[in-house]
Write a protein that binds this ligand. Structure first.
Ligand SMILES: Cc1cc2nc3c(=O)[nH]c(=O)nc-3n(C[C@H](O)[C@H](O)[C@H](O)COP(=O)(O)OP(=O)(O)OC[C@H]3O[C@@H](n4cnc5c(N)ncnc54)[C@H](O)[C@@H]3O)c2cc1C
Length: 385
């Protein structure tokens, strides 16, 4: 299949090739030995991969260089995100965790102490963090639905309430948790707190979802958070995280397209090899059209993702573009993997190949990071106002 370079510079094509090589030579062979539904590699295997990733500049690529990250542009990190998604675990753990994680960026707006205690270990040593916004009362409109309350008493806040669907809460070393310090319904009434480890009064419960890697409920009963672990000022919670939330949608979208591309590559090879009714599947027009439609849709989504990333890198507003990229890529990826399963028949549904796993996991992508309807609302508001 012709390679879709989408106008990337030579430098970005080299970053893409380097990532591809790292994935095929290092990550995929290591992942092959893990169980089908695994979401982590054994510690020693992961550490060896991480060492390698660091040595070739594929570590915490978006985090600032001054703190030990790669300092790459959003476009470059988006190109990398597409490639690192091309593995069984890729829908949630890019490169099986080999390339580190960029900590939630609002922490970089914190005090010197907060940065050195929380951000730097996350960037340099891969310490993990959760972000807890959603609650049982609703995730699409958190400004109105957050009920978890923080009340200042002396030099600490007392937190009561609960969070729902929180990814990685169990193994996180710290987290950002958004609670109400102002009036119900006020966007400006939300404050962000750093939760250090598992403080007294905080309990966590696993929630089963469509994939094997579960998010968690967090319950807070009189949890004490010192004032110095408040991020920014009272009421600044959403202002601190807005740009980061928008930016996050761009590599998130690229990951879904990476999976769609990987599925299509498998299905194309299958169609070329498989013979039915005296000719190859690749000779049947119904199959050809499924392949052609999938390729066209992936290319279109990729261009929209790059547009959003470029606008961010150029300092332009990119909220609408990120929403468009998120909806188009997540919906495209779901359709493409569905078609690829159809092309492959029973083998598409078997656990010999990652397609059925990707099919399930991609379904989450149309709800996480803002559901499709909310992003459509962002776009239509702009068009109609
Ligand atoms: C696996 C998984 C991991 C997650 N990880 C995290 C995490 O780490 N941290 C975190 O804070 N949250 C996390 N979430 C929560 C996620 O962000 C929310 O599920 C999402 O924001 C939707 O919120 P909700 O589920 O409460 O749905 P609701 O807000 O109740 O919405 C229900 C449905 O109504 C639709 N809807 C909403 N508003 C409108 C509208 N105006 N017009 C038309 N339709 C509308 C939505 O699109 C959705 O389809 C995770 C969710 C899942 C499933």
């Amino acid at each position: 299949m012709s390679e879709h370079n989408a106008g990337l510079s030579q430098e970005l094509l080299e970053i893409r090739d380097l990532t591809r090589k790292f994935m095929s030579k290092e990550v995929l062979p290591a992942e092959e030995k893990a169980p089908f539904d695994a979401f982590e590699l054994p510690d020693d295997v992961l550490l060896a991969l991480q060492k390698k990733a660091k040595s070739i500049g594929l570590w915490s690529v978006r985090a600032p260089q001054e703190y030990g990250g790669g300092g790459l542009s959003l476009l470059a990190s988006t190109v990398i995100a597409e490639e690192t998604a091309k593995c069984k675990m890729g829908a949630y753990v890019p490169a099986c965790g080999a390339t580190g994680s960029n900590p939630p960026a609002p922490i970089l707006l914190g005090t010197k102490e907060q940065i050195s205690r929380f951000a730097i270990p996350a960037i340099q040593d891969g310490k993990k963090a959760f972000v807890a916004i959603s609650e049982a009362s609703g995730g699409s409109d958190p400004a109105r639905s957050i009920r978890t309350r923080a009340v200042l008493k002396g030099d600490r806040y007392i937190l009561n309430g609960s969070k729902m669907w929180i990814t990685g809460a169990e193994k996180a070393n710290w987290g950002l948790l958004f609670a109400r310090t102002g009036d119900q319904g006020q966007r400006g009434g939300i404050t962000c707190f750093i939760i250090d480890g598992k403080p007294k009064g905080m309990t966590i419960k696993e929630m089963n979802v469509i994939r094997s890697y579960s998010p968690y409920e967090i319950f807070l009963e009189n949890v004490e958070v010192p004032v110095e672990h408040r991020l920014g000022e009272e009421g600044q919670g959403f202002a601190l995280c807005e740009k980061w939330l928008v930016e996050g949608r761009v590599p998130y979208s690229a990951g879904t397209i990476g999976i769609a591309q990987a599925a299509l590559d498998i299905a194309v090879q299958w169609a070329k090899d498989r013979e039915v009714f005296k000719s190859k599947l690749a000779d049947k027009q119904a199959i050809q059209w499924m392949i052609a439609d999938s390729d066209m849709e992936i290319r279109a989504a990729r261009l929209l993702i790059y547009e959003a990333a470029k606008r961010c890198d150029e300092g332009l507003s990119f909220k609408t573009e990120a929403s468009i990229a998120k909806v188009v890529s997540t919906e495209t990826a779901g359709r493409v993997v569905d078609r690829c399963i159809q092309i492959m028949g029973g083998m598409g549904l078997s656990k010999e190949l990652p397609l059925e796993r990707w099919y399930r996991e991609l379904r989450i992508k149309r709800i996480g990071e803002g559901p499709s309807e909310v992003h459509r609302m962002v776009l239509s508001r702009e068009l109609l106002n």
